[in-house]
Design a protein around this ligand. Structure first.
Ligand SMILES: Cc1cc2nc3c(=O)[nH]c(=O)nc-3n(C[C@H](O)[C@H](O)[C@H](O)COP(=O)(O)O)c2cc1C
Length: 313
């Protein structure tokens, strides 16, 4: 490594500022990559009860991304603690557990069920899943709802674990939601989750996904993610941002940092290339090396004059 790629997300130190996004890496990648070399691994979202996930088909390719409607399949938090967490911990990766629920109280219950577990470095609260029941908005659609979830999770989480709120880019005012989460106790925000989308099967005329609505990820959403990072950093420069959404190479990772991110996540890039985190890290290392060698010195470096024109545009 030529550069200093260390990062701090809230109180969470990372040796490398590149992590795998929620639901996109697990022990199955071990034959291809060293998970312990990631900044951290964020689990798929863990729910209170076991869940089968959404009906098939769950994935559709789009020209510059992936539409997924996976839901939150899994054994529930009890099964996660007994079976999945020990396997994840054995990989040597730093583990951030993503949690999800449909009520504020259940978010608190999932957090409480994890609080005595060893091997967890932080929690990420998934309040931004794009695939919900018809007409239901995610908690991240509204600053008050988002803050209520952060508060419930924070109350049930050991003080040593930073809580990250994972927000949506699909809302009009992302910074207000981010600031409400910070004020409710979030140490950092993750920006952004997949963006709502649909795909039609033109022969049958029905959705190409089993559950209708999907979440778009990959390079197609990179500009949306970058805008969210930019806006949140402009309004709350002290709030650490973990940026994801189309990060697939060193250049896209560096743009997120220049816009205000402290670290980046790689999601669907790992589905194409299981070594994507290693590649992004290597390329970022070179790019940061060419710019003074310290990633933390580059956070938000692109701010400084152009935001007025962006707002006007
Ligand atoms: C296959 C797949 C599974 C995912 N599972 C989760 C999940 O369990 N929880 C969550 O918060 N986000 C989940 N996501 C969203 C990603 O963590 C990420 O926020 C999103 O894909 C945007 O990043 P990307 O463009 O790098 O993929 C999933 C995405 C994909 C493609």
């Amino acid at each position: 490594m030529n550069s200093d790629l260390r990062a701090v997300i809230g109180a969470l130190p990372l040796d490398v500022a590149v992590v795998s996004a929620a639901g996109c890496a697990g022990p199955e990648l071990q034959p291809y990559t060293d998970l312990a070399g990631f900044g951290a691994l964020i689990t798929r979202s863990v729910t209170l009860e076991a869940h089968p996930g959404r009906p098939m088909p769950r994935l559709v390719e789009t020209p510059a991304g992936l539409l997924n409607a996976i839901g939150t399949p899994g054994p529930g938090v009890a099964g996660f603690v007994s079976d999945e967490l020990p396997r994840l911990v054995r990989t040597g990766a730093r583990i951030i557990v993503s949690i999800s629920a449909t009520t504020v109280a259940d978010f608190g219950r999932v957090a409480a069920a994890l609080r005595h577990c060893d091997g967890i470095s932080a929690l990420e609260i998934n309040i931004s899943s794009p695939v919900l029941e018809e007409g239901v908005l995610p908690f991240a659609a509204d600053a008050r709802g988002a803050a209520a979830v952060v508060h419930a999770v924070r109350r049930n989480t050991p003080a040593a674990w930073p809580v990250l709120a994972k927000l949506s880019g699909d809302v009009a005012d992302v910074p207000s939601v981010a600031i409400a989460c910070r004020d409710a106790g979030a140490a950092a925000v993750s920006l952004i989750n997949a963006v709502r989308g649909v795909a039609l099967d033109t022969d049958s005329g029905v959705s190409a996904l089993g559950s209708g609505l999907g979440g778009l990820s990959g390079p197609a959403i990179r500009p949306i993610a970058l805008k969210a990072v930019w806006d949140v950093h402009a309004r709350a420069p002290d709030l650490p941002i973990l940026a994801g959404g189309g990060v697939t190479d060193g250049g896209s990772a560096l743009s997120m940092v220049l816009a205000g991110a402290s670290a980046v996540s790689v999601g669907s890039g790992l589905l194409n290339d299981p070594r994507c985190v290693d590649r992004v890290t290597g390329e970022l290392d070179r790019l940061v090396g060419e710019r003074g060698g310290s990633l933390s010195a580059l956070i938000g470096a692109a701010h400084g004059g152009s935001e007025t024109e962006w707002e006007a545009g």
